[in-house]
Design a protein. Sequence first.
Length: 272
Amino acid sequence: MGFSALQVILVFIVTFIVAIDQFDFLESLYQPIVTGAVIGAILGDLQTGLVVGGTYQLMTIGNMPVGGAQPPNAVIGGIMATVFAISAGVDVETAVGLAVPFALMGQYMVTLLFTAMSPMMSVADKMAENADTKGIVRLNYIAMAILGVLFGIVCVAGLYGGKALGLRLDDLSEKYGWVMNGLKAAGGMMRFVGFAILLRIMLSNEFWGIYFAGFAIATIVGYIPKLSGSALILIAFIGIAIALGDFQTRVAIKAASGNASSNTQGGEEDGI
């Protein structure tokens, strides 16, 4: 199936926008259930786009970046799964499988961009000291533009290369595995750095028990095959239950102490 120049341009523009949206804007446009429908409409098959986008959304619903560690990229994966399903006429499962190498490539690109932009933080600090707001804004725009262009190029290449390019990426990953392994190791280390930063800022002594309990539950649930896919959602529900229980307990204690205080102090109505 061939694509017109207008379709290619629109796919590039949509990819550019949602690539940035993954970290800025609304942070919801990049979800596969949205991009699948939009790309499907551009390529002339909205129904397939909705089905593929919804399927890919279910596959990635438990994935989230932690610190600097990035899961397989949902932006490129969702778009390319839709492209494969429409252009090659394959079923949803096959399209999702063919999109995985592209999703991994998106993961590597984000990690590389984050690594390349790390030295710019000192530059931004100097700009902040000099009250150079325009420079800081320009630096952010450059980083976002680079990310959008990289993602757009990959998806446009996928439009032209299709299935053959997906298989080629698999071959490159095997041939130059040392590069991919290095990026994977860097991402793995950054995961723990991200957790350490979050804990340093947010964790107080009273929450250590909840932290260790959550870690234990995540480990146990993650090793149960039937629950591993929805592990984060299950743990989130447990966390919500604990938070609600703690909130209600604190409110009840505060109300009880308030009533006790009012009973002992009295007031004007009872003449005391």
